[in-house]
Write a protein that binds this ligand. Structure first.
Ligand SMILES: Cc1cc2nc3c(=O)[nH]c(=O)nc-3n(C[C@H](O)[C@H](O)[C@H](O)COP(=O)(O)OP(=O)(O)OC[C@H]3O[C@@H](n4cnc5c(N)ncnc54)[C@H](O)[C@@H]3O)c2cc1C
Length: 394
């Protein structure tokens, strides 16, 4: 079903955006018995500009939601080690099966986002693609009470909701319509270039670091390997943008000469993709009748490959808060998110500066690892916490 067919006049929740954050939030709320409509202006099952290495917290969420088997059934390979290649040292870290997580995974977004949208539908949510939110509906006191939807043919419909959730990414329409305040602003941005390669024999995630460039290797579906290069946003603008393939190979040769050599025996599948960089931010993620989740609420530089894992984590935190209902629950969502995010955000911003030396970079990675452990522990604790004390009501 597409467009505005059978869209009702009223839902408990309207979710704007149906990828990692939005589809997960819609699924969780529908599983808890709320009536949910999720819309996405993009088409079902499509790709998006993003590499997609999941960290343990993200895999833990997928396992807990019963979706990991489906991810594996799509041919997503297990990632059993993470290797950090510094200029003076190689750190090879095995991924131990723990916390219900057998290994790490890096599903293509065409796989992950589709499976999440399917799971939302199975749970009872209505998910409509090629439908965008053009505006919000407000009550007399300014509270958000619904949204104006527009389908690909330009037909519009107004729906009412107890809460409208913006899961609409980096350039969130909802965040801008509610004027969500930025509570923390990053200073740095790194650029990424990536492509998919076949015929490349790799085992695990590999992250390579050199003073002027980084590189990464992420095994994914279809026996393909995502290979990315990272440079400062400035270098991207001045040197790489004009000739992306050349800039990509040059950055790879600097950061990972052996890998660059291996690529001469492999085949690039499809086009290269470039992201020019964007400084991170945390936004206040709730207000009267609205909430934000995923990149709409919290974006950090992709250099630490943590955005999807955080989107899945925050979908859980927000769904619990919405189910409880009321401002105190939403304020709790913001507090929990901030407690789990602030240090990781700062560390990521510092890494994205590309102004570190080897010793500082290792310390930053150590801090990152500690934050990730804390996040997994908190998610584990959450699993034991009862949910559902009430229903959301406007
Ligand atoms: C280059 C790059 C590399 C990355 N690498 C990694 C990585 O390796 N690992 C990782 O965990 N994270 C990575 N990230 C971060 C990750 O992509 C994001 O954190 C993640 O996509 C956030 O998911 P989301 O659902 O919040 O937003 P998105 O995936 O951006 O989805 C938002 C959706 O909202 C829809 N939308 C927007 N406006 C409207 C509207 N008005 N009406 C209806 N729909 C709307 C869009 O069509 C879109 O489908 C990377 C990001 C980039 C840019």
């Amino acid at each position: 079903m597409n467009g505005l067919d059978r869209v009702q006049a009223r839902y408990d929740v309207v979710v704007v955006g149906a990828r990692a954050a939005g589809a997960a939030t819609a699924m969780l709320l529908a599983r808890r018995g709320l009536s949910v409509l999720a819309v996405d202006r993009g088409a079902y099952g499509t790709d998006t500009l993003s590499t997609h290495a999941l960290m343990r917290a993200g895999v833990l969420q997928l396992a807990r939601w019963g979706l990991l088997d489906r991810i594996e059934a799509e041919g997503t390979p297990r990632v059993r080690r993470t290797v950090f290649h510094y200029e003076d040292e190689v750190l090879d870290i095995p991924i131990k099966p723990r916390d219900g997580v057998p290994a790490l995974f890096a599903p293509r977004r065409t796989v992950l986002d589709r499976l999440l949208a399917d799971a939302a539908v199975e749970a009872g949510a209505e998910v409509r693609h090629r439908v965008r939110v053009a505006d919000l509906v407000r009550g007399p006191a300014g509270r958000v009470e619904g949204a104006v939807l527009e389908d690909a043919d330009g037909a519009t419909r107004t729906v009412r909701a107890g809460i409208v959730i913006g899961a609409d990414g980096l350039r969130s329409t909802v965040a801008s319509l509610v004027n969500a305040p930025v509570t923390r602003q990053g200073r740095h941005a790194a650029a990424s270039l990536y492509g998919y390669w076949s015929g490349l024999d790799v085992d695990g995630y590999h992250w390579h670091w050199s003073p002027a460039a980084a590189a990464g290797v992420i095994p994914t579906n279809g026996d393909e390997v995502l290979v990315f290069a990272g440079v400062s946003a400035r270098r991207f603008a001045e040197e790489v943008r004009a000739d992306v393939p050349r800039g990509y190979l040059r950055a790879l040769a600097e950061a990972a000469p052996d890998l660059a050599e291996q690529l001469s025996g492999a085949r690039l599948v499809g086009a290269l993709h470039g992201f020019p960089g964007h400084p991170g931010y945390l936004r206040r993620p709730w207000g009267p009748g609205w909430a934000l989740v995923g990149d709409a609420a919290y974006f950090k530089d992709p250099i630490t490959a943590h955005g999807i894992s955080d989107a899945l984590r925050d979908a859980e935190l927000l769904a619990r808060a919405v189910e409880r209902g009321g401002d105190a629950a939403l304020a709790g969502y913001e507090a929990s998110r901030d407690a789990l995010s602030t240090r990781l955000f700062e560390v990521t911003d510092r890494i994205a500066s590309v102004e570190w030396d080897n010793a500082e970079l290792k310390r930053l990675h150590q801090a990152l690892s500690e934050e990730m452990k804390r996040e997994v522990a908190e998610l584990g604790r959450l699993a034991e916490e009862p949910v559902a004390t009430g229903r959301w009501s406007a």
